[in-house]
Design a protein around this ligand. Structure first.
Ligand SMILES: [Zn+2]
Length: 292
């Protein structure tokens, strides 16, 4: 199944939903950062959460999520656009923990249940706005839900999942359902009922169901209309060699010359995608020539 992002609304105006599959995106992050199972599960959920949250809170621009819990994984950073792209990393990519009592990767303990989720929304114009909520559990989905309920002042359901095997990411995806003002108690009951009976999101994916089929399964009983086309989801970073060179210009002529003479090179690594950048001695001397 092709990975994608899709928006939908119910004809009765009680709910709207964003649904996404992110298997390739999360597998790309796992490989780039050489993630452990625990770290892949955590970053996989956070990347999926970013892909889902971005179109809910920003039409353009980007959304930056920072999970800062007290667990051994350290901070998680995710940068997502409303168009299905995201990049991200964790502070301790090799951290591995035993499975929790439910037999799942212990994301909650890895992230920690005390701390904060910071969400910065940058609409692409004006000043970015940051909101902070306390972590609900460190399980990622519940934390994003707490942010949504606080910032949007409306009920929501957030599901994010990542299924991993020794071969890598087998399925990753999730959805955000927002309750609109016309919803009733019955709306919530129906959705919760569907969710408890459908099996996990990644279970449906592994059965080969399409994005639309999963959407209709979870929103069974609603007259669901999809909005727009399916957008492909993928891991995408903004770093380039030109940007690395641009960043080196922060150093003045003196510093660039001493880098060239003493180190004979300058190198850097992009946190978000782990791409390696390098400028040799001649490159540094050229830069020094160009700077005042
Ligand atoms: Zn990068």
């Amino acid at each position: 199944m092709e990975d994608g992002l899709l928006k939908a609304i119910s004809a009765d105006g009680t709910i709207r939903a964003v649904i996404a599959t992110t298997t390739g995106l999360v597998e790309s992050a796992r490989k780039r950062h050489n993630l452990s199972f625990t770290a892949a599960a955590a970053l996989g959920r956070a990347l999926t959460g970013g892909v889902l949250l971005a179109p809910v809170v920003a039409r353009e621009g980007q959304v930056l999520l920072k999970f800062h819990g007290n667990g051994p994984l350290g901070k998680i950073f995710v940068d997502a656009s409303p168009h299905g792209t995201a990049r991200g990393y964790v502070e301790n990519p090799q951290l591995e923990l035993p499975l929790n009592s439910l037999g799942n990767f212990d994301v909650g303990t890895a992230v920690g249940n005390t701390g904060y989720l910071h969400v910065t929304v940058d609409h692409g114009f004006g000043r970015p706005h940051t909101s902070t909520v306390e972590l609900a559990s460190g399980e990622i989905g519940e934390d994003i839900n707490r942010y949504l309920v606080t910032s949007e002042q409306a009920g929501s359901i957030v599901v994010v999942g990542c299924h991993l095997t020794r071969k890598g990411v087998e399925a990753a995806g999730g959805l955000i359902i927002q309750l609109l003002p016309d919803h009733t108690e019955e709306t919530i009951c129906k959705i919760e009922n569907n969710i408890t009976t459908f099996g996990t999101f990644t279970f449906l994916m592994r059965r080969g169901m399409t994005l639309e089929a999963i959407l209709h399964r979870i929103l069974n009983g609603f007259d669901v209309r999809t909005l727009g086309e399916v957008k492909p989801t993928k891991f995408a970073c903004k770093c380039t060699n030109e940007r690395f060179i641009e960043a080196l210009k922060i150093f003045g002529k003196e510093d660039l010359l001493s880098m060239a003479e003493e180190d004979g090179q300058a190198e850097g690594r992009c946190h978000f995608c782990n791409e390696f950048y390098y400028v040799n001695k001649e490159g540094l001397l050229d830069l020094a020539k160009g700077s005042g």
